[in-house]
Ligand binder design. Structure first.
Ligand code: GLC
Length: 747
């Protein structure tokens, strides 16, 4: 009999656990990474938490280390100690993370561990090319590897949550944040979003070397009117679904752990207040099971948006829309208790938000080991390793895009005995990191001048003249620069933007080369020596005038820690450039937005009828961009022929022969575009539907084949259903969106 009560007790506990599991399943938080034991742990915790502790888990506070937004004061240590903060951002190093984690785990009542977030956007200590540059590599494997290394280094310093990938599609280079994304194309943006999530999150967090990813900025932040940051987004539902939403969904389908809401409104409703966006679409339609965090104080900013009379009303909107965690605004901290009392929010909504946050902490393994990411030994051995630097250097070279190479000016002739490096970016380490460089130290970056000195022996004389500054009207250095150029065998002009002229809050109304750099280039090129321009920029620039006078132009973006070495590998010819731009370069700012997947309009301009008046054109500028999406040259040449399209069952196969007709081996990004010639709504003239990056040896020909399905041709209709329509299609294959061969097929 003695055992009898014990048997009953275990039966009762089993029944309770069963109910907890059912509840967790019903809440949809049983994810492929969350064990049943952890799910029970989460439910158990929720059942013990006070309201203040629940609200604490929904509160993300920033350190005073480096504010990445309008800093709001908060005594974060006291809040952590009393269980009123569930996560912090912009803190790292094992010592600091351990110190704060201890406050949470040892001093707060329930000891719930913190998560530590940071903007690991293109590397943590080893900084890789900015995302717009990495995208130009079209190398998904390399992009994934860069995120793996970033996650390894970040987690070695205590970070377990990154605010990346940024997947905002953007067609307006006035917007400074194009630097953080993958460019203008939706399909490519989806592939890169998936690669980045895979790189950050891996298959498990158990090794402590992977981090929660956070896809941002949900949604359509890149469509800000006039490219002015934080501005309104006003687009049709079809455009929103067809062009802007897919990369976020791709990240969700790849299992992204969190989503960050965007600052902007979409058609009148700020993302952070949009129940349709955050609950109906993200959770119900897409099945997202992670947690939703706001961008920096974007709850508070709903007062400025004019949709909330005060922060309390804004907090009510946000929670009821589906926001789980409030970044740095303390809007939940200061208002959810009252809102609950007034029945403006429900306890179940608060519990649901807490459940999403605790599930993420459980997935990370923090309940089992709150100090999993506090490994001093890893911090000392896994950061800035030689392997990481070597890989970073390769990725720099692979991200470079050769935009012009008249008369094979590049690579620098091996016989050059003296090389002049001229320009305000030639000897800059700081600008090499670009924007959002996390814990990167610019002092560890390699400038272009250092890259040349590392590569060329003492027999080659390397001289440097700044010539002018990046963005002012001083010209007193131009004469010395012209003199240096006239005395050299080869001239490199290092021009462009400073690293902080792109990124957040860095919109430009004029995207010309800044300052007096064009005047410097004009004077130096007139010296008549073989000259190549090396561009450093975070966005496409309007460089039509420079393009007219420069014999060669190499786009290098901001290459990060190994910029100088990687770029020099390309300029010297050690590496054959293979990059292709993923965002069109406009001829001038007035042409914006200019992108490749345009529609025909009812009065299309035709180059065959250049003087036709009543067509869609400008009086003073062609419709085509200076450099089109998918464009990039090589030190060799590729020719395309023999395109074929065939249909078998649900598969459509398009193939072509690609020949390396030049004098050296090279990699080519072979691109597939499709045109749906007639639709029930207007359709773009071409849409990227596939690519293959392959090495082709000199003189060799390769048959490249793509297979797509009918579903790949589906598109959103005005009623937001998505399906393909039978009819005539054109398939195009080529090395850029503007140089293609075509074949047609019918479905
Ligand atoms: C910033 C950015 C966002 C970033 C966050 C945290 O305002 O908009 O991209 O992740 O704040 O730094």
């Amino acid at each position: 009999m003695h055992c009898y009560p014990g048997f009953l007790k275990s039966l009762f506990l089993t029944f309770i656990f069963y109910l907890l599991i059912q509840n967790a399943c019903a809440q949809g938080i049983i994810t492929k990474r969350l064990s049943r034991a952890d799910s029970i742990k989460v439910e158990n915790l929720i059942s013990q938490m006070t309201l203040a502790e629940k609200i604490g888990q929904l509160t993300l506070l920033a350190s005073a280390w480096n504010a990445t937004g309008p800093a709001m004061n908060a005594n974060y240590e006291q809040l952590i100690r009393t269980g009123k903060a569930g996560a912090v951002l912009n803190f790292y190093t094992v010592d600091k993370v351990r110190e704060l984690q201890k406050l949470a785990v040892s001093e707060s009542r329930l000891g719930i561990p913190l998560i530590f977030g940071n903007d690991v956007i293109h590397g943590h200590r080893t900084i890789f090319p900015i995302p717009l540059g990495q995208a130009a590599s079209w190398d998904l494997t390399a992009i994934e590897k860069a995120e793996q290394i970033a996650a390894m280094e970040a987690s070695a310093e205590g970070i377990n949550w990154t605010y990346a990938p940024m997947v905002d599609i953007a067609r307006d280079p006035r917007w400074g944040r194009v630097a953080e994304g993958a460019g203008e194309d939706t399909w490519l943006g989806c592939q890169i979003a998936k690669a980045r999530v895979r790189g950050f999150q891996g298959d498990s967090y158990a090794d402590g070397k992977h981090v929660l990813a956070c896809v941002k900025h949900f949604a359509a932040y890149g469509a800000a009117v006039a490219g002015r940051d934080y501005n309104v987004v006003d687009i049709s539902p079809v455009t929103l679904h067809e062009n802007y939403l897919p990369p976020y969904k791709a990240a969700v389908d790849a299992g992204v752990a969190s989503v960050m809401t965007s600052f902007n409104e979409i058609n009148g409703v700020p993302s952070t207040a949009s129940h349709w966006l955050l609950t109906d679409l993200l959770r119900k339609e897409w099945g997202f099971r992670g947690f939703v965090v706001t961008d920096w104080t974007s709850i508070n900013e709903m007062v400025s948006h004019g949709v909330a009379a005060d922060v309390k009303a804004a907090a009510c909107l946000a929670l009821n829309a589906g926001v789980d965690m409030d970044m740095q605004g303390s809007a939940y901290l200061n208002n959810l208790g009252e809102l609950l009392k007034e029945n403006q929010v429900t306890l179940s909504a608060i519990d649901e938000a807490v459940r999403h946050v605790l599930a993420a902490k459980a997935e990370l393994g923090l309940f089992a080991d709150p100090y999993l990411f506090c490994n001093k030994q890893r911090e000392q051995t896994e950061i800035m390793t030689k392997e990481s630097q070597d890989f970073a250097r390769e990725l720099v070279a692979e991200s470079c895009v050769l935009l012009k190479n008249y008369n094979n000016t590049l690579p620098v002739p091996p016989g050059a005995k003296s090389i002049a490096l001229i320009g305000p970016l030639a000897d800059s380490r700081k600008d090499m990191l670009g924007n959002w460089y996390s814990a990167g130290k610019w002092e560890q970056a390699v400038s272009l001048l250092e890259g040349f000195r590392n590569r060329y022996s003492k027999q080659t004389k390397i001289v440097y003249e700044k010539g002018c500054n990046i963005n002012d009207s001083v010209v007193n250095g131009i004469d010395a620069a012209v003199k240096a150029a006239s005395e050299a065998d080869f001239v490199i002009l290092a021009l462009g933007e400073s690293g902080d002229m792109s990124g957040e809050a860095a919109s430009r109304s004029n995207i010309d080369l800044p300052g007096m750099q064009y005047q410097l280039a004009e004077a130096v090129i007139k010296a008549g020596k073989p000259t190549a321009v090396v561009l450093f920029n975070g966005r496409p620039l309007a460089i039509s005038k420079l393009n007219q006078i420069a014999p060669a132009i190499l786009e290098t973006w901001f290459g990060g820690t190994q910029a100088g070495n990687g770029i020099t590998d390309v300029l010297s010819g050690d590496v054959n450039p293979s990059g292709k731009i993923t965002m069109s370069f406009p001829r001038n700012t007035g042409q914006i937005p200019v992108y490749y997947n345009v529609k025909n309009t009812g009065r299309p301009y035709s180059p065959d009828r250049p003087n036709e008046k009543y067509v869609s054109r400008y009086l003073d500028c062609p419709n085509t961009p200076l450099y089109p999406f998918g464009f990039g040259l090589s030190y060799t040449n590729f020719t395309y022929a023999g395109i074929k399209a065939s249909i078998e069952g649900n598969s459509i196969t398009i193939s072509a022969n690609v020949t390396n007709s030049g004098k050296r081996d090279g990699e080519e990004v072979v691109q597939l575009y499709i045109q749906d010639k007639v639709g029930s709504i207007t359709r773009p003239l071409k849409e990227l539907k596939g690519f293959k990056k392959l090495m082709i040896k000199k003189g060799e020909s390769v048959n490249v084949s793509f297979t797509i399905s009918r579903e790949d041709l589906s598109f959103y209709h005005p009623d937001l259903t998505k399906y393909w329509e039978p009819g005539e299609f054109n398939a195009f294959i080529g090395g850029s969106s503007a140089e293609l061969i075509s074949a047609s097929f019918k479905l």
